[in-house]
Every structure is written in structure tokens, then in C-alpha cells.
Design a protein around this ligand. Sequence first.
Ligand code: FAD
Ligand code: FES
Ligand code: FES
Length: 1333
Amino acid sequence: MPITAEEIKNKLQSPGDDLVFFVNGKKITEKNAEPEKTLLTYLRRNLGLTGTKLGCAEGGCGACTVMVSKYHPHQNRIIHYAVNACLAPLCSLHHCAVTTVEGIGSMASKLHPVQERIAKAHGSQCGFCTPGIVMSMYALLRNNPQPSMHDVQEAFQGNLCRCTGYRPILEGYRSFTKDGGCCGGKAQSNGCCMTNEHTQEHVNVSRTDIQTPCSIFSEYKHIFVLNYICALQSLSKQPQRELRFAGERVLWIQPCSLEELLELKATYPNAKLVVGNTEVGIEMKFKNLFYPVILAPAYIPELNIIQNTQDGIQVGASVTLTVLGDVLRAAVKKLPAHQTEVFKAVLEQLRWFAGQQIRNVAAVGGNIMTASPISDLNPVFMAASCKLTVMSKGEKRVIEMDGKFFPGYRKTILKPEEILLSIEIPYTRKGQYFSAFKQSPRKEDDIAIVTCGMNVFFKEQSNIVQSIRISYGGMAPVTVLATATCNRLLNRQWNEELLEEACTSLAEEMNLSPSAPGGMVTYRRTLTIKFMFLGVTVEDVRPEYTSATELFQLDSPSSVQLYQAVPPGYSDDVVGQPIMHLSALKQATGEAIYCDDIPCYENELHLALVTSTKAHALIKSIDTSDAMAVPGVVAFISAKDIPGSNMTGPVVYDETVFADDKVTCVGHIVGAIVADTQAHAQRAAKAVKISYEELQPVIVTIQDAIANKSFFQPVRSIERGDVAQGFKDSDHILHGEMHIGGQEQFYLETNCTLAVPRGEDGEMELFVSTQSASKTQALVAKALGVSANRVVCRVKRMGGGFGGKESRSTILSTVVAVAAHTVKRPVRCMLDRDEDMLVTGGRHPFFGHYKVGYMNNGRVMALEVTLYSNAGNSLDLSLSILERALFHMDNSYNIPNIRGTGYVCKTNLPSNSAFRGFGGPQGMMIAESWMSDVALSCGLPAEEVRRMNMYKEGDFTPFSQRLDNFTIDRCWEECMQLSDFNKRKDAVEQYNRQHRWTKRGLSIIPTKFGISFTAVFLNQAGALVLVYSDGSVLLTHGGTEMGQGLHTKMVQVASKTLGIPCSKIHITETSTNTVPNTSPTAASASSDLNGMAIYNACQTLLQRLQPYKDKNPKGCWEDWVKAAYFDRVHLSANGFYKTPDLGYDFETNSGRPFNYFSYGVAVSEVEIDCLTGSHKNLHTSIVMDVGKSLNPALDIGQVEGGFMQGLGLFTLEELRYSPDGYLYTRGPGMYKIPAFGDIPIELKVSLLRDAPNEKAIFSSKAVGEPPLFLAASVFYAIKDAITAARAESNLTGPFRLDSPATPERIRNACEDKFTKLCPPADPGTFIPWAVQV
Ligand SMILES: Cc1cc2nc3c(=O)[nH]c(=O)nc-3n(C[C@H](O)[C@H](O)[C@H](O)COP(=O)(O)OP(=O)(O)OC[C@H]3O[C@@H](n4cnc5c(N)ncnc54)[C@H](O)[C@@H]3O)c2cc1C
Ligand code: FES
Ligand code: FES
């Protein structure tokens, strides 16, 4: 008899079992294991182990990676594997051992080599991803002490880093591999090669000063693991019994036999079976689904079976994908090739299936039973006609996975009381071909756009089709068979004619509504055709056509970094040395404290936001009754609770802290729930009901804004020369357009604030992850109605910022502060990734149209460009961002007659904001678009046209600033050499002649980036240097540390100025009560500004100490400090700096907006697959002018990290909005930032030699933002490859390619006979699923 809801409630009252497991070798007995709690929450909140980070809560970033070890009864051994703690249910860990980053090494005890090497290879910038990466590597080495580089890359498929660009991480860990690395302790001179001196000091900044040789790893292996291995083994001998864990709302039952499971499923037919929880966990967390009973069948022997049968291999439903992969790989090795075609296809799918952490826990049955239309495995299983054994109490049946198995979206034909027992994956026969394919936006760890399985059987000794079955995912709400096409192909010869006919037929059969969910309709249809080519390679396919049949391969990257060694005689001078980020080791051990790692106050509460679901509407009512009934809820906070002003904004106060009566975007903050735990607060926030009256218009896109004339004022314009005359003088004129999509900052640490009311005089202390401590202080004070001197804002470090925490973080801080003020208790909120992406906005999408006048030889005479940015619902920093785009509309080209006009569009999207480059990349991207159009129109090599139009020393920009110390030409020449451009170009041309369906492209792109805040008053900085009587120095300055290494550079500056070692200098935090009125850490200018302020303070101190130095010239720093102290000398000093001679007037087009410019050049080569639109980054060379580098390791880190973010911006990252302004892409599952596999296979970075910059501290240059744009070289290399593809269809001349160059855009631009089979629907005849905003 199925059980009632009431009976389930009663069962939740009865006590559950004890959960017994180990964490870092220590046994834990949890008496109240909560089924809804994840391992991550338990580690962080219950055990205080905050080294493991929360980056996304959906298994997509790897920040939460830990290692789980357990006794595997079916393998009869202890197995170790990396898992995502954010998805692992606490209750699934009974009799398991968990190892976290704290468990493997620490600063206080001993660093583990995986911790030390990532730090010393400069593989940790903000450090938020670092513990997860360390643990992925640790788990790999635990299982495979000498992995290959390929193993390392595979281990990191589930880890993301937003800062480093990945190269240094791979380089650091290459040292563990058999193919690139460490000698294994056998090096001749010094034991281990890692501890030996490096001779080529200026090549490869990685691997500096590594102290732990590889042999130490084995030592750790024994000491640490033995602790729990014995315990796990003895626990495994205990008799198995059913376990029950009763939580607040959910009952978790772990049966130990199949009979028990079937009995339970009969009693609880609606219960969810959970193995890996990689689907159910997502459904509960993000889709608001709730399952009161969970059955955990992971340990049931029959569900873990792996058995060879007569027809194939039978695999239990609970077998994980990792184990499935191992089994199939072994079978492929052992069996004759013709028998294992399906196995190979499954392995091909598994290669790109999620990351290793997911594959280690996700079960094959979970994938089948989720019935996702974009499952990677189901199309293969369906095409292979796999047999499924299903069971219920007293009944067992075997069914074939055919076209009827999935009767609807996420449904199977199983009855509620049935479970999937196993799947039989069949052998193939001679004459049978089987293939599988998956296309996704990012190759690694991404959800498929379309997947396919194809099964063809030929008549004996012929190429005549006897049977064929093609199955697709992503083409309907369920996995489907292309039955009609298959029928047409029966008894036909497999040749080019058949392929062409099959393509036409597929184009008809695999049709999609133009409004289909997921969008990309034309692209998805053309993809189904590509798979026909992959199915079987036929002999009479022309040689150049075989490129259509090749599968994507991932190559191991290689790299070179070049920088100028510190000149002889400067060896004691830390400035110029590639020293490691000062927090890197702490970051690698998990000891570095981020905002949410601060231990909870005893009476602390948690906050969750309540946000609008409408883009433009009046709020009619807010019903909080259900929310207030959630256990632990303390208050609902809204506009009425604000004691001061509800109006806020970084420049003008044009937005609300809480929406008053009207919402102007989806994600507009309406209120907040404060509760005892984050889970309760979030549950209650979802229960708040808001009713709306929708308003018109809803302006979402730039085009909507143009149509409605919805612009913020003023409209900006810059003009130089005589534009009309320039056009008259030109041989030709062309017009063009380009749209550049927005970008999410995707700092790994989301926005976080802890507000602590001090209880007297209106004082409030804030711990915040922000780039703008002073702005936070000011806006919080404004909302609380107190003066700024009552609010202290402290910033220890951020897990990345990239501009996203410059102004948008202040709203969350204000909300949290208001809540803390209202409930008079400390309140904390760290946004979940989906909330952060929804609420905080990102980089502005831009649209530009241009008119260019040019001569036959490619010289550009006149340009008129209009730029539109999508600012969202408030002004924020959008005007300055648009201004910077205009300041960069020329990129590096001297256009004698130029006019640029810029509009800031006001739309019903969350306010967009600062992001590395601050409008500059968008302005320059459009410049490169017209430059590319001019070259294509003239039929000239793009590099020649670019070079001809480039500025020279002493030229003037459109805003009348003279270019002094102009180094782009040097960067250009050096980059041409570094990349071997001419030879490369010949090779590309030759490749393209030989390949029809893959093409290569090459591009060289310069950048010129203006350094200074364009708001002049922000170009100031302060510092406070305290010297204690023991000689130690506490340094404080106005800048914040977000991973860029600012504090490290500032310590270097202080060290050089004071003449003392870095070890005597410490920075503890940035705070508004030490240095007031700080500018945001932004505009790449923080080293310049704060460095000079520190220099200034240190000079004051040096002057005060000079008499004591003079008195005791042979003394040391401590002697002089002590003498001064006893002489009652003031040993603290303020420093201040403001950049001189700045100020620009748009009215008169005069003045200097920038202190100086940073320059760089990049060459990139790519290969595209014309039929799928995938591309590979084959090569990038970068030459960057960073002046006289303060720290080459950090600067190269900025160059590579910035470049990779640009790569994401221009080729990968796509924010997708519905036509009514709803953001679909709200986490790493749907929004893809570059992963390890996206770095160029060959990457060379060189810092320009002998280029001192007299305008900044110690002749250095700003580096944070400028390199980002160099990734445009990849975009234009792609465009070059597309040009070659289009030429095959006789298409020449300019064409529009919007950014990012996603596989969809690349495929659609490579127009050919197949794209003609799937023409797009006419715009305006349908409502698209997503719009280009
Ligand atoms: C970050 C991430 C990346 C992913 N990438 C991919 C990808 O690349 N390709 C892809 O196809 N999928 C992907 N997925 C989806 C998911 O990982 C897979 O579907 C996985 O196989 C599910 O297995 P699980 O054991 O975790 O399922 P669970 O979440 O434990 O269960 C999933 C469903 O299956 C049911 N179920 C499980 N076992 C049985 C059984 N024996 N009988 C009846 N019902 C059962 C459950 O009740 C539940 O409804 C991804 C998920 C995440 C979080
Ligand atoms: S936090 Fe777990 S994978 Fe992102
Ligand atoms: S160092 Fe990897 S995310 Fe910052």
C-alpha cells in the first residue's frame, strides 16, 4: 500500500540512524544528519572547514572539490575519487572518508607538493578556485602517482578558474607527470629536479623555488591515508542494514538489498532514487522541486553488476560513469574491434560528459531515467537498441530502448513503482558501424546542443545499407529516432549521393519550430546533417572532404613566457623579481580567509533576496505569510525598513535599494528574508508571493531602446578632422554593423557581505567582498541615515572582482546592512551563483554601426561610428564606460577624419556595470570590424592594412592626446617574429587548400589602452605605513586585493623604498578607518596610484629615520627604528598621490584623459570545423608592453588571465535572455567561461624589453585590463578561417560576424549547401526563445 503524506510526516518525527564517516582522518558521528544538507555546507558550517569553497552549487566550477574514499564491496578495495561537495548529500557519506584541502597540508605543518607547486608556479591569483584544483590533482595522484599530461587535463575538466588563464596551473602540475615533469627524485645534482636551480631565469616564470620534491608525495600517501583506510575496512565488515535519516522535511532511506528497495518503492512510489544526486540535487536547489522521500540504492549489489552476456555487457543502473568508462575501455582493449563499436561510441560521449567529479558519482541509470532530451548517452543507447531490465516488487521485465521509451519531456515508460535494474550494451558485428557525436558550446564539461547516435549495418561484403538507426538528442522534447530518413536509406549504396539525399531528408525530418526552447534552431538543424558525415567514412569521399569526418581532439598545451631578467647589480631589489603572490600558499592550503569564511557570530542570521520576476511592472501586493511560516525565519525586510534613503547608485542616485512600488528588471531586489540558516532564508524567499501589474513598454534589447529612444543623457561625441571631406576624398565607402554580447564577470567568489551592528552610536562594521570600500561605506551610511564615520568597511581579499564588485556589490551590502540594523543582529549573505548572475549585471552589450571611407590601397581616410551600449535599468557607471568605448574607437589606427557618437541605452535589464576593459574592448572590437571589412573589400592581407593605418610616435588621437613613447610598432615586429607569422601564414593557406570542411585562420591585432580613470577626481590614492618598534611594518593603502597581486606589488614597492626585505612588511586588509576616501580598485591604475602613495609615505618615514641612519651607518633597519622610537619620532606616515595633468573636455575636445597608454600585440591561429562551428585555438603569441615590470610573474599572470577572459568574451560566453528580459544563463551549467581545454595549444607571452615608463611607479605600466582585448586576435583569426570557408561557396568580401563567435555563429557564417537546406525563419514571423540584447 503506498504511504500517505501524513504517514511520511510521522516518520520524520522518529529518530534516524547515526551517520558515521571520517573527515581528514577524524571519525564523525552525526546524530542528526539532514538529508537536504550537502557535504559542502556541513564542512563549512558544522566543521568550520572553510578551505572548500562554494562557487556555484551546481557541480559546474569545481571550487568545492574534495576527495571521498570508500570501501567498494564489488571491487573489494578502497577507492578514492574527487567529488563536488556542493552536490554530495551528507547522508550519502555513511562509512566514507572525506579529505579536504585542510587535510593534506598546511602552512603551519607541512605543505603538500600539490599545494606548493600550484602556488609557486603562479597558478593561484585570487585563490578561490585553488583548493578545488588542488584536490582534483590530489585525487588524481592518489590513484595514479605518475599521470600523463592528458590525465591531468582530464582531471581538471570539472574545475574552472577565472583568473589565471590555466597555463601556470598546468605548467606547475606538469612537474608530476611522466611526460613533462619531475625526475621522481632521481636528478643528479640535488635529489629532485624541482629543487634545482633554473638556468634560464628569464624563460618560464613557472616552477620558481619549489621546495617539496616529488618523493614527498609518497610519504604523505602513507601517513595520511592509513588513518582511515583501516577504519573503513573494518567498518565494511559490519553487517549491512537499512539506514534511515530523518530531516526537517525529507526522509532518506538507504536500503541494503534489492528486495528492500523494491518493497520501499512499492510503499513510496513517488520516492526519488538518488545515486549521484547530480540531477536531483539540481532539481531541488534550482527548480524548486521537492521530494519528501529519497531512496539511495548506491550499494545494492544487483544495481552495481557488471557482467558479460552473450549479446553484450550488462551494467547495473547504479554503476557510475567513471566505472562504466573503465569497463568499456577494458573491453575495447580485449575484444576484436568489430565487436566494440557501440562501446567506443559510449566512450566518445563519456569523454565530453561533465567533469570527472560528476562522472565519479553520476550513475548510468540516473542519466537514462532523467530522460533529458539532451542526455549524452540516451541517443547512443537508443541507436544501439539497448535492453533495459526493469523491476518492481514481484515483477521483472526487459524492454528495448526504442522510440517509445520516452513518451514525453523527462518521462519514461516505467511505472512509478518500477526501478531500472540494469542496461545491456550490445556488441556489434562485422559490417556494423556505430558512431556518436555531441556538439556543445564549450567542448569540455558542457550540456549538449545536439547529440547523436548512428547505427548502420551493411549487407555482407558490400556498402549496401541493410539497416540503419539514427537517434538525436536536442531536436525535440525527447530523444528521437530519424525513422523516415533511415527508411529512405535502406538497400541503398553508402556513397556521396546517399549522403546528400540523407542530408536533404534529415533537414525535412528534423525540423524545429523557430521558437523552440534552447534557440539556435537553424544551427541545430544543420548539426544533424554533420553527423551523417561522421557516421561512416566511405571510400569514394574526396580526400579534402575527409576533414568532415574527423572527431575533435584535445591536444596538450605548451607555452613560453619571456621577460627581462632583473639587471645585474639589482639582485637585492625585489622590484622586478617574479616573486610569488604573497597569499598563494595560504590560498593553496585553504587557509586564506574570504568573506564567507569568517566564522559565524553566535547570534548571526542569514539573508536571502526576494527579487522581481517581471521586467517592468507595478507591485500590487506582497504576501509573506507562507515565507514567515518557514522555520527559523526572523523577518522580511523591504523599503519601509530603510531608516535613511532608499535611493542609491555609484554616480547618480537613480536606483533603489529595495523596489518601492515599481520594478524595472527581472532580478530587481524587492525585499529580503532573514533567517537562522541560509537554507531557511532561501526557502522562505521563494515562498514570498508578489503580484504585479505589468507595464509597457518592456525594453530589453538595444534595438528596442533605439526604437523607443530610451537613452540616458548625455549623448557623447568625439570628432577630429573634416569627416565629410574625408569621405569625399576616399576611393570607396563601406557600411557595416556589429553586435558584441555582454559578459558575466563570473568571479569565482560571488558577492558577499557580513554586517555587524556595533550597538552604539549607529555604528556598523561591514566585512565585504568589494573593490570599493569607500563607496560601500558611503552608500550604506546613506541608507542607514548615519554619517560615514559610523560605518567601517573591511576587505581582506576577494575571490575575483574584474569590475563586478566595483559598484554592483554596494547594493547587496546596503541590503544586508539595513537588515542587520533592523534585526539588531549580525547578518550575512553570500549570493548563490544564480542570484549573483541574475541581480548584478555584467559587461555592457554594444552595438555599433559604421561608415568607412578608404583608398584602394586600404588607407582609411574617414570614419563615422555610432556606438550603443545596453546599460540596463540604471545609469551606474555606464556613461564612463561609453566614454571609454569612444576613447578607444580608433584602437591603434590613425584615422585623419573621425567622428564617434555614443548612446547609453536605458533598458529593462539589471544594470550593467564595470568589467575589465570598461568599454574599451567593445570600442576596439568595432574598430577591428571595420578594419577587417576594409581589408576584405580591398582584397588585401588584413595585417598589411592594419600595419599601414597604425599610429606612429607623436601622432594625435581623436581626442587630441599626443602619443609619446609609442611602442606598438616594436610590439608588432616582435610579435610577428615570435609567432613566425609569415611561415605560419603560408602553412595556413596550404592547409586550407587541402581541407574542405575544416579551415584555419590567422590574425594579428594590436591594442592601445588608455590608463587613468576618466573621472579625474578618482585618480588619487592614499596609504598609511606604520612602523612598529620591532621594525615590522604594517602597510595599508586604498587598493583591494582581488587576486591581481596588488598587495604583493605594494609590498615590493615599500620594500624597495624602505630598503628592507618583504618579509618585514605585512598587509592585513583594506579598511575605511585606515585610509579614507579611496577610489575603487579599478581602471588598471591601482598599482600606479597606490604605489606612488606608498612611496610618498615611505619617503616621509625615511626622512624621519635619516638622522638615525647617519648616526649609525653600520646599523640595521631595526636599530634605526628603535633609536627613532626612543627619541619620540612619529613612526607612522600617510602617503598621498594624485596623477598630474589630467582632464578632458568633451565640449572642446581638449585636455588629457589619460596619463599614458599601455600597448600590446597578439597573433592567433585557429582551426574551425565548418560543419559544427567548433574551433580550436592552435597558437597565440603576445607581446605586451608593461614598462619595467614590477613583478613579471604577476604581470604575465595578468596578461594570460586577461587574454583568457577576452577569449571567453569574444568566442564563448553568451548571456541569453528571453524576449521579456529573463536571463536563462544563470550558472556554469548554461553560461560557459573558458575551461582548461580552451587555452591555445601553443601560447607564447613576451613582455617588451627596455620600455621604461616614466609616468608610473618605478617605470612600470598598468597591466590589469589592456591584455584582455588581445583575444580579439582569436576572433579575427576565426573570421579569417570563415572567409576561407565562404570562398569555397564563392562568397567573397565583407560579412557581418557578431561577438562572441560561438559555434552557432561560425557554422551559420560558413554558408554552404547544407545551410541552404535549413533556412532561418523570417524575423517577425515568430517569437524567438532568446534575443540578442
Ligand atoms: C555539472 C553537471 C554536468 C552534467 N553534464 C552532463 C553531460 O555532459 N551529459 C549528460 O547527459 N548529463 C549531464 N549531467 C546530468 C547528470 O549528471 C546525469 O544525468 C547523470 O547521469 C545523473 O546520474 P545521477 O546518479 O547523479 O542521478 P540522480 O540525480 O541521483 O538521479 C537522477 C534521476 O534518475 C532516477 N534514477 C536513478 N537511478 C534510478 C533507477 N535505478 N531506477 C529508476 N530511477 C532511477 C532518479 O530518481 C532521478 O529522477 C550533468 C549534471 C551536472 C550537475
Ligand atoms: S561549488 Fe560545487 S562545483 Fe561549483
Ligand atoms: S585564481 Fe582561479 S578563480 Fe581566481
